[in-house]
Design a protein around this ligand. Structure first.
Ligand SMILES: [Mg+2]
Length: 368
């Protein structure tokens, strides 16, 4: 059966969300939607694979797909094991990260979806086989800017919804204390500061937070590439570190893991090279002290790809699930998050395609 690529499209997905507070800032602007690129790869045989690309700037991403990715990929064999490497190499002098790598990440996920669909197997079967099909999730609360009442309220809501681990995006000791107070001593608590501090500031801040028993402190230091500072912070505070979502490539992530820069390595499927990157890093971390715990603050095919990788990985870690209500929850009917966990099926590929109702909704913009 022919597996020649007939078309490659990037659809702009903008999902309104409600986290029970005013819009948080993202990249300097109030954020009212969660954005990503839905990547659709269709073969001559009619089979369609779906991927997802990080979409901080969707127009830039769309331009990369229209001008570069689609012309290079159309006519190629989707089952050709050298396809992704050849795209990466051809585009390398346009940048080794940013929208180019985000676009390649989405294509990689779509190709794995197609590969598994062609084989009639769930993706996890191609990643070594499922060790589990129930993937527990942690509630990843968005930012409440130190508002203790909102932190407490949303910790309560997350626990009531069945989550058994919670992550905050907060920077203040009071907010961490409020969360720990609301959840009691036994629920694992993580704190993500999105690179809030210099190395000196981080030591004092994390030292104080250590009293609240953090499972990890995530991206505590600016710049996130300062691995030496992360190692020093861990040694000084005894708090485990998590980093990786802003790494520029699989190569940097691999270096972080080998250098002992983090206890929890957090590759993003939609930013750092798709399923291929997750699989490589998962295997590199196996048998070491580093847990491969992907970042997954997104809801499309990239989340499904992450779930399949976590199903196959020996090291059992929770998947990240942003704790908010969406204008439309992708896979809300097919692979829902119930009582704080996702349950994968044996359906081929990623296990579900995007709901046609989503594709026809105002949340998806089709471009060229
Ligand atoms: Mg993070």
């Amino acid at each position: 059966m022919s597996s020649t690529i007939r078309s490659v499209e990037c659809l702009q997905l903008r999902l309104p969300f409600d986290h029970g507070a005013p819009a948080p800032l993202f990249a300097g602007r109030p954020r009212t939607t969660l954005d990503s690129g839905l990547v659709r790869v269709e073969l001559d045989n009619g089979l369609v694979g779906w991927g997802e690309s990080y979409g901080a700037e969707l127009d830039a991403l769309s331009a990369v797909f229209r001008g570069r990715i689609a012309p290079l990929a159309i006519g190629r064999d989707a089952m050709d094991a050298t396809l992704m490497a050849s795209l990466e190499r051809t585009l390398h002098n346009m940048g080794r990260s940013g929208p180019i790598l985000h676009a390649l990440s989405g294509v990689d996920i779509a190709l794995w979806d197609l590969k598994a669909k062609m084989a009639g197997l769930p993706l996890h079967a191609l990643l070594g086989g499922a060790r589990r099909t129930r993937i527990p999730a942690y509630a990843s609360l968005l930012q409440y800017y130190g508002d203790k009442a909102l932190v407490q309220k949303n910790v309560d809501r997350a626990l009531a919804a069945g989550f058994d681990q919670v992550k905050l995006h907060e920077k203040t000791l009071d907010a961490v204390a409020a969360a720990r107070g609301a959840m009691g001593p036994d629920v694992p608590l993580m704190v993500d500061t999105n690179c809030a501090w210099t190395a000196d500031q981080a030591t004092e801040a994390v030292d104080a937070m250590a009293a609240f028993d953090l499972r990890w402190i995530e991206e505590p230091i600016w710049p996130p590439e300062d691995i030496d500072a992360l190692q020093a912070l861990r040694a000084q505070t005894g708090v485990a570190t998590a980093v990786g979502e802003n790494a520029s490539s699989v190569h940097e992530l691999s270096f972080i893991a080998r250098a002992g820069g983090a206890d929890f390595l957090q590759p993003s499927a939609i930013k750092s090279g798709g399923v291929t990157t997750l699989l490589r890093l998962s295997r590199e971390c196996a048998g070491t002290d580093v847990h491969c715990a992907p970042q997954s603050a997104f809801f499309g095919p990239g989340l499904l790809a992450t779930l399949h990788m976590l199903a196959a990985q020996e090291d059992e870690v929770h998947v990240e699930r942003l704790f908010c209500d969406l204008g439309f929850t992708p896979y809300g009917e097919t692979i829902p998050c119930i009582d704080g966990a996702f349950e994968l099926t044996d359906a081929p590929g990623l296990g579900a395609d995007p709901d046609p109702a989503l594709l026809d909704s105002g949340f998806v913009r089709h471009i060229g």
